[in-house]
Design a protein around this ligand. Structure first.
Ligand code: ADP
Ligand code: MG
Ligand code: ZN
Length: 603
C-alpha cells in the first residue's frame, strides 16, 4: 500500500507545475489572434510556460478572459509586449516566463532510482518467499547463499541404530564421530583425521542415510548440499557457493559438511569437447577450500557417490577425500536386519523375515524399505490391522515384478503356453544340481508385462559362482522356451526376457570370467559404472569380437539343448505340474517338487 501512495504523491508533485491561470476556463487560440489582442491593448497578463503562452484580456471592464496559444520563435515579442498598452491600472502588460520547471533533484532521485529499486525488492521478496514455501522449507535455516541446508545439532535424530548392517562403514565412521566429539584428544598428539571421507556404493544402499547418522551421533551442525546444487546457470556462482559453504562451516566448527552426489561436480576434468567451465571452476574451488582449512579444527567433509570411477583424481588424493567407505548391497543377514529396522515402524505379526530376506537377493536397502511399506499398504487394503508374512512376500513380488494385474484377460490357449513355459523353467532348475530351489511359480500377470514367473530362492548366499552354476543358470533360463517347443510345438515372445538374460550371462562367461576354454584368462570386455547397471565395452579386435559372438552362441546353444533334453525326459511331470498350476495359478516350490520327485522316482 505504501508504495501506491508514494506513486500518487509523486505524480501530484509532477502535476503541480500549473500555470498561474488555473481556475479559469482557458480558450485555445492562434498566435496571430494573440498578437492582434496585444496590439489592440486588451491584454492584461502573459505567462509563457512549457512552450505555451497563456494570456488574459479584458474589454471595457467586462469579465477577464483567458486564452492559450503555442509559443513561436518570435524575438520581437518582448518589445511588442513592452510597448503595448493594457487595461491594467499601470497601462502595461504584466508578463512573465516560467522556466520549464525541472523536478527537484531529490524527487528525480526518488523517481529514477529508489522507486524502481523498491519495487524490484518487493517483487523479489514476495517471489522468493513463495519459492521457499513451495520448496517446503521452513524446517531448516537457509544459510548465506550457499544453499546448504544446515541442521542444528538437535535436528537430526538419525543414529547408527537406524542403519542396519554396513558394519565396516559404521566402524570407519565411528572414528570420525569420536574426533568430532573430542578434537582435542587428537590435536594433543598431533594427529589429524582425514579431511574427507567418500561414501561409495550402489544406489539405495544407505549412503545418504549413514551420513545423517554420523551427524546425529556426533551432535554437531550438519551442512547438507547436493552436488547438483553447485552447478549453476551462471559461471562462477558454483565456486562462490563452495567458498560460502566453507566459510560458514569453519565458523561453526566442529561440524560436518555433506556433499551428496558429488560426481555432479567432481567429474574428471579433461580437455575434450564440451568441457564445462562452471563445473571445473566449482571443482577447483572445492579442491582449494579443502586444502585451505586446518584439518584439526574439526570440519569433516563427507561425500557420497555411486560413480567413483568418474571422479577427478585430485579429489581422491591424500589430504582430500582420502578415505573411501564402501557401502555394499546387503547380504542375507544385512537384508534381515534392514527389514527389522523398517518393520519397527509398522505394526506386524510374528513374521518370517528369513523367507523374505532369502527371496530378495541383490535388492538394495531402499527397495527393502519400500517392500515393508508396500506390505503395510497391502495390509490396509485387505482390511487387516497388522502386517503378515504373506503381505511381505506379496510385496516382494510387487517390487520385483510389478503389481498383479487381475483384470487382464488371457485366452485359455495362451494361459496353457505360459503355464508350460514357467513349469519348464522350474523343471530344468529342479533337475540340475548347482541350481537354487524353486520357491514359487505363478501365472498371474504382472503390471511389468510378465505373464508369469518362477521364483528361485537360494537357501544361502553365494559369493562365488562356478562355471557349472552359471551354465545351469543359462539352461534354466532356456527352460521356458524349451517347454514351449517340446510340449506346445511353438515358440512365443514370452521368452524375450529369458533370452536377454541368458545372453548377458553367456557373454560375461566368455568375455569377463575366462570360462570359455578358448580365451584363457584374457579380459575381452571392461565394465563401466559398476554400481549403475554395469555397461560394458569390448576391448579386443573386431575379429575377436566376431569370434566372441560365436563362442557366446555355442554356450547358449548347448544350454538350450540341455534344457530341451531335461524337458523331454520329464514330460509326465511337466503335464501334471502344468495342469495343477493352471488350476491354482500360484503354486509353491514344495507342491511343484511332488511332481518332480514322483516322476524322477518313476523314471
Ligand atoms: P543412497 O544415498 O545410498 O542412494 P539412501 O541413503 O538414500 O541411499 O537410502 C534410501 C533409503 O533406503 C533410506 O532412507 C532407508 O530407508 C533405506 N535404507 C538403505 N540402506 C539402509 C540400511 N542399511 N538400513 C536401513 N535402511 C536403509
Ligand atoms: Mg543418496
Ligand atoms: Zn521365462
Amino acid at each position: 500500500m505504501g508504495i501506491l501512495w508514494m506513486i500518487v504523491i509523486v505524480l501530484l508533485l509532477n502535476g503541480l507545475v500549473f500555470p498561474s491561470l488555473t481556475g479559469r476556463k482557458i480558450v485555445p487560440t492562434d498566435y496571430g489572434t494573440f498578437i492582434e489582442k496585444v496590439d489592440s491593448g486588451l491584454v492584461k497578463t502573459v505567462v509563457v510556460e512549457n512552450g505555451q503562452i497563456y494570456f488574459t484580456t479584458q474589454k471595457d471592464g467586462k469579465k477577464e478572459m483567458a486564452y492559450q496559444t503555442g509559443e513561436v520563435n518570435d524575438p520581437g515579442l518582448v518589445d511588442r509586449l513592452l510597448g503595448a498598452s493594457s487595461p491594467n491600472s499601470n497601462g502595461k502588460i504584466a508578463f512573465s516566463h516560467i522556466a520549464p520547471k525541472d523536478n527537484s533533484p531529490i524527487l528525480n532521485f526518488i523517481l529514477l532510482w529508489i522507486l524502481p529499486g523498491l519495487l524490484f525488492y518487493i517483487i523479489w521478496k514476495q517471489s522468493s518467499k513463495a519459492f521457499r514455501e513451495r520448496m517446503g522449507g521452513g524446517n531448516f535455516m537457509s544459510f548465506g547463499n550457499s544453499g546448504a541446508k544446515i541442521y542444528a545439532d538437535s535436528d537430526i535424530t538419525t543414529t547408527f541404530a537406524d542403519v542396519a548392517g554396513q558394519d565396516e562403514a559404521k566402524d570407519a565412521l565411528r572414528e570420525i564421530v569420536d574426533f568430532l566429539h573430542n578434537p582435542k584428544k587428537y590435536a594433543e598428539i598431533g594427529a589429524s583425521l582425514p579431511k574427507g571421507a567418500l561414501l561409495v556404493g550402489p544406489p539405495g544402499t544407505g549412503k545418504t542415510l549413514i551420513a545423517r547418522a554420523v551427524a546425529g551421533e556426533a551432535k554437531v551442525p550438519f551442512f547438507a548440499i547436493s552436488g547438483s546444487e553447485f552447478v549453476q546457470m551462471f559461471v562462477g556462482m558454483g565456486a562462490a557457493k563452495v567458498r560460502d559453504l566453507f566459510k560458514q562451516a569453519s565458523q561453526k566448527a566442529p561440524c560436518i559438511i555433506f556433499i551428496d552426489e558429488i560426481d555432479a561436480i567432481g567429474k574428471k576434468r579433461d580437455s575434450s569437447f564440451g568441457g564445462n567451465d562452471e563445473r571445473e571452476q566449482t571443482l577447483n574451488q572445492l579442491l582449494t577450500e579443502m586444502d585451505g582449512f586446518d584439518g584439526r579444527k574439526g570440519v569433516v567433509i563427507l561425500a557420497a557417490t555411486n560413480r567413483p570411477e568418474t571422479l577427478d583424481a585430485a579429489l581422491l588424493r591424500p589430504g582430500r577425500f582420502d578415505r573411501r567407505i564402501q557401502m555394499e548391497l546387503p547380504d542375507l543377514e544385512g537384508r534381515k536386519a534392514i527389514l527389522e529396522v523398517h518393520l519397527k515402524n509398522v505394526r506386524h505379526e510374528d513374521v518370517d523375515l528369513g523367507i523374505v530376506a532369502r527371496a530378495t537377493a541383490g535388492v538394495s536397502g531402499a527397495e527393502l524399505a519400500n517392500i515393508v511399506n508396500e506390505a503395510a499398504l497391502r495390509a490396509v487394503r485387505m482390511g487387516r490391522k497388522s502386517v503378515t508374512t504373506a503381505d511381505l512376500e506379496e510385496s516382494v513380488e510387487t517390487v520385483i515384478a510389478g503389481a498383479q494385474k487381475k483384470g487382464k484377460v488371457i485366452s485359455p490357449e495362451e494361459k496353457r503356453v505360459v503355464a508350460y513355459h514357467e513349469i519348464g523353467h522350474a523343471m530344468v532348475a529342479a533337475m540340475q544340481t548347482h541350481s537354487a530351489p524353486v520357491y514359487k511359480i505363478t501365472i498371474i500377470p504382472r503390471t511389468s508385462g510378465a505373464l508369469g514367473y518362477t521364483m528361485q530362492v537360494d537357501s544361502n548366499e553365494q559369493m562365488l559362482l562356478s562355471k557349472e552354476e552359471l551354465f545351469n543358470r543359462i539352461a534354466t533360463l532356456a527352460g521356458g522356451r524349451s517347454a514351449e517347443e517340446v510340449v506346445c510345438g511353438t515358440v512365443t515372445t514370452g521368452a524375450s526376457n529369458d533370452i536377454e538374460q541368458a545372453t548377458k550371462l553367456a557373454r560375461a562367461m566368455v568375455t569377463r570370467y575366462g570360462m570359455s576354454g578358448k580365451y584363457d584368462m584374457m579380459a575381452l570386455e571392461t565394465v563401466h559404472n559398476a554400481y549403475l547397471g554395469g555397461d560394458t565395452s569390448l576391448a579386443c579386435s573386431p575379429e575377436t569380437a566376431a569370434d566372441i559372438d560365436r563362442e557366446v552362441l555355442r554356450v547358449i546353444t548347448s544350454a538350450h539343448e540341455k534344457a530341451k533334453k531335461i524337458i523331454s525326459e520329464n514330460l509326465e511331470g511337466m503335464h501334471k505340474a502344468a495342469s495343477y498350476l493352471l488350476e491354482k495359478e500360484t503354486i509353491t516350490g514344495e507342491e511343484f517338487m511332488k511332481f518332480v520327485a514322483a516322476d524322477s522316482k518313476a523314471g
